[in-house]
Design a protein around this ligand. Structure first.
Ligand code: C2E
Ligand code: MG
Ligand code: MG
Length: 432
């Protein structure tokens, strides 16, 4: 019994990490090794499932996934659960790598069918990284590291994917490790700053709002785009303190603007799902507003559409509370994800931000094809403030203006700029 417990995972009954290491060592010591494939399966966004539905729910899901894997894998396949939301499959003696790919595809398909748990149906996706012996390393031990890199690549390029390791990947990974290392110290070293992008109200032709956009300036790395580091900050949960820093500093700046006579100015701040689901998120936010004596109505939280839709159940109640205290909520990057109209109807949002990709379709002479007009009409019918993002040209501006979009934001009017520049430009209130 002790032996069994030492080599098996309690929750799923699958072989555990110790077992995996032992098996790899045994295989490695064989003089004539056959082909071996190592597949790492990782459940996408499992941290959200655990954080929002509870660990018991997460455990039930892991058990169901493991049952499904046992049904799919047969023959020379061994399944392990080394820990967390990761599963590993070792496949030996296959004829060609196409067969490994076939197995991975089958796993991807079967494991993403819905799961009935505690009377609700949950859909998940998984990412799979694969490395092969002898193609990808001279020892079986190298397979671990390489499959890890491949699964990381699968996540980075959009999840729900199968990725085979290749040597070029090594470089990209070292970059991520480097970023993560520096990111951990960035807040203490005071390396973040905020830029602000003005939002122009089309009807009144004045700047009525600013979007705070974080910038990271590191001594070794230089300026790092948020597109590169926000996802790392989320994976490492660093986004929670960083996000709080953003809210506090954006609000401080807003207060300064109000004190200088721009009382109508509002501030939009991007927030990540992980911040929102913290139990004390609303309290902390209210504390900052009270400390600074700011009206909650001049703060807007921007939440990315795809994330909001994925985790609707978990945060709907939170959003209602925020709306009740008067904080505005914007659906960011609208049009980029699934854009379910049904959700749009239910969500307590106040603003719709049309994604740049839609604004880009407004080409001179090609306006009929634009869906942007339709989105504006839907938004306005629902009494929402409609903001177009990434407006770069006069044609786009004229189109949006004539189709009654509420506000525009984009290089055509202004790039994101530092605090001092906002102060200067805001003096010229009539900007266009
Ligand atoms: P977003 O919230 O959709 O912000 C708009 C992005 O589009 C910004 O990129 C902005 O600089 C860029 N942009 C604005 N106008 C134009 C234009 O006319 N043309 C082009 N090509 N681009 C334009 P940025 O600052 O690199 O931020 C990228 C994303 O990173 C943001 O997208 C947001 O999702 C995220 N982000 C930025 N700051 C924060 C933050 O403090 N917290 C969180 N959680 N996410 C943030
Ligand atoms: Mg935004
Ligand atoms: Mg956006």
């Amino acid at each position: 019994k002790l032996h069994y417990e030492a080599y098996h995972d309690q929750l799923t009954g699958l072989k555990n990490r110790r077992s995996l290491i032992k098996n790899i060592e045994e295989l490695d010591s064989l003089k004539t090794k056959g082909k071996v494939a190592l597949l790492i399966l990782d459940i996408d966004n499992f941290k959200y499932i655990n954080d929002t539905m509870g660990h018991h729910f997460g455990d039930l899901l892991l058990k169901k996934v493991s049952d499904r894997l046992e049904e799919i894998c047969e023959g020379d396949c061994r399944i392990y659960r080394p820990g967390g939301d990761e599963f590993i499959i070792l496949q030996e003696n296959y004829d060609e790598s196409a067969l490994v790919e076939k197995l991975a595809l089958k796993i991807l398909k079967e494991c993403t069918q819905g799961y009935e748990i505690d009377c609700s149906k949950l859909f998940i996706s998984i990412s799979i990284g694969i490395s092969l012996y002898p193609e990808h390393g001279d020892s079986l031990n190298a397979l671990f590291k390489n499959a890890d890199i491949a699964v990381y690549k699968a996540k980075e390029t959009g999840k729900k994917k199968i990725v085979f390791f290749n040597k070029v990947m090594n470089e990209a990974i070292s970059e991520r490790v480097l970023l993560e290392k520096h990111l951990r110290a960035a807040l203490d070293n005071d390396e973040f700053l905020l830029y602000y992008q003005p939002q122009l109200d089309i009807e009144t032709n004045t700047v009525t709002g600013l979007e705070a956009l974080i910038r990271w300036n590191n001594l070794d790395l230089g300026f790092v785009s948020p597109l590169r580091f926000i996802s790392i900050a989320e994976d490492t949960h660093l986004i929670i303190p960083i996000g709080e820093w953003v809210i506090r500093n954006a609000c401080k700046f807003l207060k300064k603007l109000h004190q200088q006579g721009h009382e109508d100015m509002s501030m939009s701040v991007n927030v990540s799902m992980l911040q929102l689901i913290q139990d004390d998120f609303v309290d902390k936010l209210m504390m900052i507003l009270e400390e600074l004596e700011l009206n909650p109505e001049c703060l807007e939280l921007e939440i990315t559409e795809s994330i909001l839709m994925e985790s609707y159940e978990a945060i709907a109640a939170k959003l209602e509370i925020l709306k009740c205290v008067g904080i505005r909520i914007a659906l960011d990057d609208f049009g980029k994800g699934y854009s379910s109209l049904n959700y749009l109807k239910q969500l307590p949002i106040t603003t719709l931000k049309i994604d740049k990709s839609f604004v880009d379709t407004i080409l001179a002479g090609d306006m009929d094809k634009s869906l942007t007009d339709l989105i504006i009409r839907i938004g306005r019918t629902m009494d929402l403030c409609v903001v177009a993002e990434g407006v770069e040209t006069k044609e786009q501006f004229d189109f949006l203006s004539s189709h009654k979009c509420t506000k525009i934001q984009g290089y055509f009017f202004s790039k994101p700029i530092p605090e001092e520049a906002v102060m200067k430009s805001i003096k010229m209130k009539k900007a266009i």
